[in-house]
Design a protein around this ligand. Structure first.
Ligand code: ZN
Length: 176
């Protein structure tokens, strides 16, 4: 597998073992090109899915794309990668068992929003800012205000709600 950091083609597998839920194989890899370490997960693909985008264009479902958007949203949020991987597996499983071969990108976006809402407010808001294409600071303010109200209405999840200033905590300057 190609190194995600430097593009070197010949990375080595250092260790392989099944994840806790037995649904994936986790492999720790090492790049001889840039000395980076990274982890990949291998799982069964049940069926081919087509994603229909909002402008009507179609593309085949990409687990990598789904995973990337969730990893970006949860980056540096102290959520274990195994947990993130379980969430991705869960989402993919739900998509594959909808019984539809074509799925709208909007549905996928809403499903991710639902999962992140439960998981972590900061990840949720980060994902929403990309998904809903926030362009103004007021978009954030409005969304965060509404989000905090939603959390209040659901006291079970109240402990997960986080304060506004922590929104970009841990995000590198270049991403800000
Ligand atoms: Zn590399």
């Amino acid at each position: 597998m190609r190194c995600p950091f430097c593009g070197f083609e010949d990375t080595q597998v250092k260790d392989s073992r099944p994840t806790e839920d037995g649904m994936s194989i986790k492999r720790r890899r090492f790049c001889g090109g840039c000395q980076s370490r990274f982890t990949t997960f291998e799982r069964v693909q049940l069926c081919e899915l087509t994603v229909v985008k909002s402008d009507g264009r179609k593309e085949s479902f990409s687990r990598e794309k789904l995973a990337r958007s969730i990893y970006v949203a949860t980056r540096k949020r102290a959520i274990p990668s195994e947990k993130v991987e379980r969430i991705i597996n869960g989402l993919q499983h739900r998509l594959e068992t909808l019984g539809e071969s074509e799925i709208s990108s909007r549905l996928i976006g809403e499903m991710i929003m639902g999962v992140l809402f439960e998981l972590d407010s900061v990840s949720y808001i980060r994902f929403a800012s990309v998904y809903k294409k926030f362009s103004e600071m007021t978009d954030f303010q409005e969304f965060i205000g509404k989000h905090l109200d939603d959390k209040k209405e659901n006291p079970r999840k109240k402990k997960e709600s986080r304060k506004y200033p922590s929104l970009f905590e841990g995000v590198d300057d270049e991403v800000r």
